[in-house]
Design a protein around this ligand. Structure first.
Ligand SMILES: [Fe+2]
Length: 262
């Protein structure tokens, strides 16, 4: 039996112990929250992988992955754990090619769907190790891709393994750079956006808390108003668009006043 997910969890827990968090404010209480993630990862223990979950990436994404793996700059055991996880995990396209959207609206999804892939290693339904408390895995993004403002109920961490990414928090937040070896914490329901640099980006991600429910994507219309689309995970871990609405002006004003205080 292999222990690829357990090794991944162990290496990520120890990398998080020293990781800087340049995208966060002190009020995010990063240290205590990261400790919670570390304990959850450590609780995986030396569990055996329960399956040989494997799926192939399309050739272009497989090339980004190889490029990203070639640039890992962690410890030998960290790099080995990430490379093993990347080979063993079942990769999937995170968002669909927007079958749920109508053709009259210019959806950001069409451009993005082919630029983002995830591989789940730990989670309730899919992955190498079963957990009802945590989702964890790998996230692969095409260079130059912009993943627009979105929000979800779960608490999320992104640990950068390879490539450089700019992370924006809140509606008018100034993007900050996340380098390999650093971590970004996203508290529940915080708007966040990612812009990749000139190399493919490989992230180790973990969600804790409420990981069902809607993932809202925000986009600004030509009129200056904001709309948001709700995406929900289906049982095969892909996402389906289930709602679309105008964001009330009062909500935008409240968010902008939060930004001004931070
Ligand atoms: Fe997120």
């Amino acid at each position: 039996m292999t222990k690829i997910a357990s090794k991944f969890a162990c290496e990520l827990a120890s990398a998080l112990a020293d990781a800087k968090s340049p995208t966060n404010q002190p009020s995010d209480n990063v240290k205590d929250t990261i400790d919670r993630f570390r304990h959850a990862l450590e609780a995986v223990g030396d569990t055996d992988d329960n399956q040989e979950s494997r799926s192939t990436l399309p050739q272009d994404a497989a090339d980004w992955l190889n490029e990203a793996l070639g640039e890992l700059n962690g410890t030998r055991s960290f790099n080995d754990a990430v490379a093993m996880a990347a080979k063993a995990a079942g990769w999937y396209q995170i968002y669909n090619d927007d079958a749920a959207s109508d053709n009259t609206e210019n959806s950001p999804m069409r451009d993005l769907a082919s630029g983002m892939y995830a591989a789940r290693l730990i989670g309730p339904h899919r992955g190498l190790v079963q957990s009802n408390q945590m989702l964890a895995g790998l996230f692969l993004l095409r260079k130059g891709l912009h993943y627009p403002l979105h929000q979800h109920q779960s608490t999320e961490i992104y640990f950068a393994a390879s490539g450089t990414v700019q992370i924006q928090h809140d509606i008018n937040g100034k993007p900050k750079t996340l380098l390999p070896g650093q971590v970004s914490l996203t508290p529940p329901n915080r708007l966040h956006a990612l812009t990749m640099g000139d190399r493919p980006v490989l992230i180790l991600w973990v969600w804790l808390g409420e990981f069902g429910g809607r993932n809202w994507w925000w986009h600004r219309q030509d009129s200056g108003d904001w709309r948001r689309d709700a995406w929900e995970r289906s049982s095969d871990a892909s996402w389906v668009k289930t709602a679309s609405e105008q964001v009330p002006h009062s909500e935008i004003i409240a968010l902008q006043s939060n930004d001004n205080q931070s």
